[in-house]
Structures are given as C-alpha cells and as structure tokens.
Ligand binder design. Sequence first.
Ligand SMILES: [Zn+2]
Length: 386
Amino acid sequence: MIESLGMLTIWRRHTAECPHRQKGRDYLKCNCPVWADGYVDGKRTLRQSLKTRDMARARKRAAELEDPDIKPRTLKEAVEAFDAHCVSDGLKESTLRKYRNALNKLREFCERRNVIDAPEVSTDVIDAFRASRGLSLIASSKELELLRQFFKFCLVRHWIRENPTAGIRGPRNIQPNEVEPYTPAEVDKIVAACSTFGRTDYERKRACGMILAMRYTALRIGDVAMLERERISQDGNRWRIFLRTEKNGKPVFLPIPNELRFALNAVPAPRGAAPDCRFYFWNGTTSERAVKGIAERALAAVFKKSAVAKAHAHRFRHTLATELLGAGASFEEVADILGNSPEIVRKHYAKWSTARQARIDTLMDQVWAQNGHAKKKGLQVIAGLG
Ligand SMILES: [Zn+2]
C-alpha cells in the first residue's frame, strides 16, 4: 500500500537480501531503509533518503521535509555544527570542553529516550535532562544559558521550529559566593608555607612566585600559571604588571611591590623550557590545561601546609578587592583591576565598600539636614517624631 503524507510518498528501498524485495517499494512491513518522493502536480520534484529504517521516525522526518520553514538536523549533527561554530569563534579550549561535555550529555540523554532529531527535543525532554544532572544552582544556571544558546543557534538556522528552552526559567536568587578575604596573618602563613612545603627549591620558589602574584595582582591561577616575563616592566622607579586590555581598549597596568618582583626573578626556568622561555611557570610546550593543573596541585599543597582554613586561590582576589574598597576605591576601579564588570563587583563586594557606606551616610545626613534635623542625630530625632 502507498503511504502519503501531504505531498510526500514514503517507500522502502529494499536491500538485495530483503525477502520482500519482489513485492515492490510500496511494501512497508520489512526493515529496509525508508525513502521519500515528493510530487507537485503529478510530477516528481523530490526523492531522498529519510536516513532511517524506523517507520515512525521516517514519518516525522517526512513531515519536517514538508514544512518549508524547517531544515531538520539530527541532534548529533546540530551539536557538531555548534561545536565547529564555537571553534571558529575562537572560544577558549576550557570553554569548548565545558560546552562539549554538557551537549554530549544532552545528546546521550536524548538518544537513550530515542530522541534523535533536533526538532524532537521538547521542553519536557530538557526539563528531564536538567533534573537528571544534579548540578549546583550556579552550575545549573550556567548550563541552562548554554542550552538556550545552542537551541537559538539551531532556531536561526531553521533546524528546529521553536526553542525548547524558551519557557524554562532559570534558578532565581542565586546567592553570590561568600566573599571571605584572607586576614594579614593568614596571608603571612600561606607565604611562609611556600618555603617549607614540598621537597625541592624548584617547587618552593615557583609556589612563592605564584602566591605573591595572586596576592598583589588578583590574577586568576590559570593566568598566573601562564604569566609571560614581558608583562612585568619598569616605569620610572615603579615596576608594573600588564594585566589586560579592557574592552574599551585601555590597557590596565598595576604597580607591583619589590617583594613580588624579586620573587618572580627568583623563579627557576620551567622544566623542559627552551633557554629563551617567555614564561615564568610554563615551559611553553605542555598544554594550557596541564600547566594549570600543575599550578593548582602545587598551591593545594601550599594551602594544606599553611593550615589556613578554607584557603583557596580565589580568595586572593577577594582579599585585594576588599582591601581596595576599604581604601576607598570605586566599584569601577576594582572592576578594572579584577577584570570583572562593575555590576559583578557591586554584587559580590557591596558590603565591603567603606566609600559606599560613607557616601550613604553623607547622603542621609543631607536628607535629614534638609528636614531641619540635627546632623548625626537624624535617626533618633525622626524616631522621636512618631
Ligand atoms: Zn525490504
């Protein structure tokens, strides 16, 4: 029997081994590949494989073929195309790895449920996938952003009809990570641990350079691990480190104390490095991931030796940020140094800003003064009026 879906006719292209071969292409009860023919005004305008032997999937694909707005892809093809797009966009290797991991998990999840084509991925499937992931709120929210981006990529290419993540609300009210700067005594303990942990001078001098670099520049550990020698330069009688170029094109140079400069100068050439190696800690040949891993393991050993509770590389960023805010820096200035947006800095560090507190106090004093109340006693006076 002939099966038609709108203007498409689907049929089986029998293989040479098919026992039903003689019954013709309209015999559908075998397991041969399914094809589709399209007719307009009795003339065939299309013949193509539906790339499946599964009749239910073939019908879905045929229906999608008839939809002029959709050029369906399998989820696997879409994930591969998205990956190629990210690579050509120059995304960092670490970001690419995160994306690949999450999207491959999605693909495997869908394939286990027999969801093969991208248009078949429904909001229900995404909900179930997200529920299966067991991620923290922050990680889950980040992964949802990636899924949105991926399906938007598919949508604008007409591979799907609608974005299955469109109706999903991300987690609300995610608390920013608690900011816990080190006390000066804790910093001293960590610096001291650099010269007693481990076994060799090589690892101790490297650790000392890395710890002091994080202490005085707030660079992330990955950036410290790949620090280039040419980023330290002399400017009159100051030494500076080039941190980065801001999006507005302005370079950020941070003054550094001699303590850091001497510690970096004392760092031995990385093992396996060429004589003219451009880096303090990296030999320039191992992968970025490997050098970061080496740095993380060394610092973990230093932190353990220091016995400082909850010591972590990231807390050096919090420490410098809160010190700057305590000295009256604005959120914008701290953002320039940390390489974050002022919004992020405000979100994480609002309570650490003495300048902000002082401004709030001054503003309130002015408000009360306008109302004829005595300065500083404003709160009591107003309370007394009630
Ligand atoms: Zn057959």
